[in-house]
Design a binder for this molecule. Structure first.
Ligand SMILES: [Zn+2]
Length: 232
């Protein structure tokens, strides 16, 4: 029964410390960070796209006004020299303005393109991390299924064993398991207790050797139940 309980403890420990579980948790954390980055980058991109549209509109308006001035000039309807000069002056100034606006438009378009690249790279990273997590999750599930299968077997074995243990011995065993780190019963090998690895005194050994098979022998050092060879 001690062997069964030790195995159950080991299984619980394995379950709690599966490397795959740690990896899944790490990847989940990484994905949360990446998804936040995606949201932030996408917001920045949509702001830049709006700026690009605004820059396009501005260039368009200036271009339209230049065309209008040019048409007016070409129509020949303006005869006043001063007025003609004014319109020519305005066209020149509009063309300079258009050049400036086109430079600004180009600059914001480049920034939008860079931002799009950032969003694309982040989305790729998310897809990669998701695929990785799915793989590790499969490993985790397989390992957990193995643990569950073995636990079911061990529990059935323990169930069989516990029915043959007297109530007071079972109570002692349970109490010792709680206070002694899970190991309540240890084999007596030669003169040594395998629980605390101490040698028993010759007098104690003589008492144990003379005891009835159903009597419970205890280690004088660690108080564990001693499992005597040849005695069940
Ligand atoms: Zn001992």
């Amino acid at each position: 029964m001690q062997a069964a309980d030790t195995r159950l403890d080991q299984l619980a420990h394995s379950e709690a410390s599966l490397p795959a579980t740690k990896q899944v948790n790490e990847l989940t954390e990484k994905l949360a960070e990446l998804n936040t980055d995606v949201v932030n980058a996408a917001t920045e991109l949509s702001d830049l796209e709006r700026e690009v549209r605004k820059a396009e509109d501005e260039v368009d308006q200036v271009r339209k006004r230049t065309t209008k001035d040019q048409q007016l000039l070409d129509s020949g309807s303006i005869t006043s020299g001063k007025q003609l000069e004014e319109i020519q002056h305005e066209i020149a100034s509009l063309l300079r303005r258009q050049g400036d606006l086109e430079d600004a438009q180009l600059e914001v378009m480049e920034r939008a393109e860079e931002s799009q690249n950032v969003v694309d790279r982040l989305k790729e990273a998310v897809a990669k991390a998701e695929a990785e997590r799915a793989e590790v999750q499969a490993v985790q599930e397989a390992a957990l299924a193995e643990i569950v299968t073995e636990r079911t077997e061990v529990l059935a074995r323990r169930e069989d064993l516990v029915s043959g243990v007297p109530a007071d011995l079972l109570a002692l065993y349970t109490k010792l398991r709680e206070s002694l780190g899970g190991v309540a019963a240890a084999p007596l090998r030669g003169s040594r207790c395998e629980g605390c690895h101490m040698q028993l005194a010759p007098t104690d050994l003589r008492i144990i050797a003379g005891a009835e098979p159903d009597e419970v022998a205890r280690c004088e050092e660690c108080r564990r139940i001693l499992i005597r060879s040849g005695v069940n």
